[in-house]
Write a protein that binds this ligand. Structure first.
Ligand code: GTP
Ligand code: SPV
Ligand code: MN
Length: 596
């Protein structure tokens, strides 16, 4: 076997063992150097994995196309492999570790023949921070290596941090034949191990992201008493110069990236508001010695949704992706730049679509459905450092203190634009009862409402009932609990049009949220579901909404909520006696308040 740049015996033994199974031609250790990155890019271009973009207009940027049946996370092929099924809970696909390893071994056997196996030592969180966790990913995909170099801190510094015997998550990936029938995303929390095979799509293969930082991390976090959440983290600089930090959990493709780097509307900018982006997808949080909840973003990059990104919806992101970006499944224009539905500028007259086929606007498939230039879940990978609103606390080992936790979903009806929980326990109930319409980020039926507690349904690495218990326990450990809120930017009118303009305007709602945290607003409206703003307490300077819109956004319909409660009950019932009885109590009192 090739010489390894470490004396970590367990690491070397594991790499060799996996190599014996996958039979790569060569093993290459990723050192994090610019030279090595350049070499990999050149090889990826030569091998057709990456298409270089116009280096004058989009410097240091590339396009990658996945196979057409490999464009989103495949939740039905994702498993939590604990010894006991009960530990995975009713919401995860489960396999016993023994049979999972056996099944996957057959696919991994010889899967890297004729390919290079890359060894990527990576740190989630700043290298050396007490928050951080180390993983090592083995992969036969250069695309994965180049993405991991953006999304994580990877290379020599991490190996050094590992020393000769530090713990790490063993992450094995092979694209194998990219065959959906031989695709498995397996998590072994009890072995601190992830095996992913048969895919080349982001969330399935960038194993530091959903697999390690959410599924495995949530499992570890419960044991070590911290929290791993599907949350953005943003700093809101208030007119007095203080920065308050908010963590918000929305399901996939429901606006975390947009909110995390929003640009204040003119009136609020004048008041002195400014936004600082800490993270757009994952938050690791722990109670510090001051009794407050502190958070870091374990990632170093964004893996953001492309369609709909433009200077109006997200000017900071438009700036961020001007260079050093890997685009996946977007449209390639004749001038060597990229485009997607909802991008700035005119619709190109021609191009090559995400499938690699000639494209022009107005094309329809055999069923008359418009052919999109970019896949609805097309994405870009880019360093956070490129973002104009990047927080100066990003590299700080202690993270940032969280004042408010915000839950949210995509609900055309029911949920008002914002409400506040009565207390922590009630807030945990609100999170546990969350639901949202399905988006293109997962393979499944678009628009269908599904329950997605804390936006963690596809990402919780253990029994969700135990996860709820963990949330309740964590609240008790905090001397200063963040307040918990729920928002919904997606309520529609009878014609299906969004009532709320969203994006930058969402700061108006965040202002109310923070004013509540700062005890600046007395006398919110007490309703059965929680505290709502008085319409006059939302600063609407410079925003002309049709008369009565804000009132509509703040309406609660008791009948609709009682219907919703039936679905919450069904959802809760599947946890049987595991569901914390506090949540049933919250359910009962909400029912009582609604029936009154
Ligand atoms: P993941 O990366 O999948 O975890 O998702 P995310 O939550 O970061 O999703 P993102 O911010 O990329 O969401 C993108 C989708 O949300 C696009 O369709 C946007 O147009 C839409 N979106 C974001 N913010 C708003 C908003 O305030 N109002 C409305 N109506 N749509 C929004
Ligand atoms: C999500 O789907 O929530 C994402 C994208 O953030 S992926 O990394 O593919 O899971
Ligand atoms: Mn996500």
């Amino acid at each position: 076997m090739t010489k390894s740049p470490t004396h970590h015996k367990k690491l070397i033994a594991w790499v060799n063992k996996m190599a014996r199974m996958c039979q790569p031609e060569e093993i290459v250790w990723i050192d994090g150097s610019v030279e090595q990155k350049r070499k990999l890019e050149e090889e990826a271009v030569a091998g057709g994995e990456l298409i270089p973009l116009n280096q004058d207009l989009q410097p240091d940027s590339f396009l990658h196309r996945t196979s057409p049946d490999d464009v989103a996370r495949t939740e039905h092929l994702t498993f939590i492999c604990t010894k006991k099924k009960h530990d995975a809970g009713p919401n995860n696909n489960w396999m016993s570790p023994q049979s999972a390893y056996r099944k996957a071994r057959i696919i991994f056997k010889g899967a890297m023949k004729g390919r290079v196996m890359y060894v990527i030592p990576f740190s989630m969180g700043p290298v050396g921070s007490p928050f951080s966790k180390i993983g090592v990913e083995l992969t036969d995909s250069r695309y994965v290596v180049l993405n991991m170099l953006i999304m994580t801190r990877a290379g020599e510094a991490v190996l050094k941090q590992l020393g000769v015997d530090e713990e790490f998550t063993k992450c094995l990936h092979s694209k194998a034949q990219l065959d959906i029938n031989k695709r498995l995303i397996l998590h072994f929390p009890q072995d601190n191990t992830i095996w992913s095979v048969g895919s080349g799509y982001g969330g399935n293969v960038l194993l530091g992201k959903k697999c390690l930082s959410l599924r495995i991390a949530s499992y570890i976090a419960r044991r070590e008493r911290w929290m791993a959440e599907h949350m953005l983290i943003m700093g809101v600089e208030e007119p007095n110069g203080q920065i308050k930090y908010v963590a918000a959990a929305f399901p996939s493709a429901c606006g975390k990236t947009n909110l995390a780097m929003l640009i204040p509307p003119e009136g609020l900018k004048k008041k002195g508001y400014r936004i600082w982006t800490v993270g757009d997808d994952i938050s690791w949080m722990r109670v510090d010695t001051d009794g407050a909840l502190w958070a870091i973003n374990p990632e170093a990059g964004f893996f953001g949704v492309a369609p709909g990104t433009n200077s109006k919806s997200n000017a900071n992101m438009v700036e961020t992706i001007k260079k050093n970006t890997i685009f996946t499944n977007v449209l390639l224009k004749p001038d060597g730049t990229v485009w997607w539905e909802g991008a700035d500028g005119e619709v190109p007259r021609q191009g090559i679509d995400w499938r690699g086929e000639a494209w022009e606007p107005g094309r329809a498939d055999t069923n008359g459905k418009p052919v999109l230039g970019a896949h609805p879940n097309s994405r870009f990978t880019v360093p956070i450092a490129n973002c104009p609103s990047a927080s100066f606390r990003l590299e700080q080992h202690h993270g940032v203190p969280i004042s408010a936790i915000v839950f949210g979903g995509r609900r055309a009806h029911l949920a008002p634009i914002v409400y506040e929980s009565f207390n922590w326990q009630h807030g945990v109930f609100i999170g546990s009862a969350m639901a949202s319409e399905l988006t293109a980020a997962q393979v499944g039926k678009l628009g269908q409402v599904r329950r997605d507690p804390m936006a963690m349904l596809p990402f919780c690495g253990y029994n969700m009932a135990h996860y709820f218990r963990h949330w309740l326990d964590m609240g008790k450990r905090m001397a200063k609990q963040p307040r918990i809120f729920h928002v919904n930017w997606f309520r529609t009118d009878p014609h299906g049009k969004f009532l709320w303009p969203g994006f930058g305007e969402n700061l108006r709602i965040l202002e109310w949220i923070l004013d509540r945290c700062n005890n600046k607003i007395e006398g919110a409206v007490e309703t059965p579901i929680g505290f709502l703003p008085k319409a006059g307490d939302i600063d609407m300077t410079g925003l002309d909404l049709p008369h009565g819109t804000l009132e509509k956004l703040l309406t609660i319909n008791n009948e609709e909520w009682l219907e919703e409660l039936k679905k919450i009950k069904e959802f809760f019932k599947q946890f049987k006696k595991d569901l914390p009885e506090e949540l049933w109590r919250e359910y009962e009192s909400l029912k009582e308040r609604l029936e009154k």
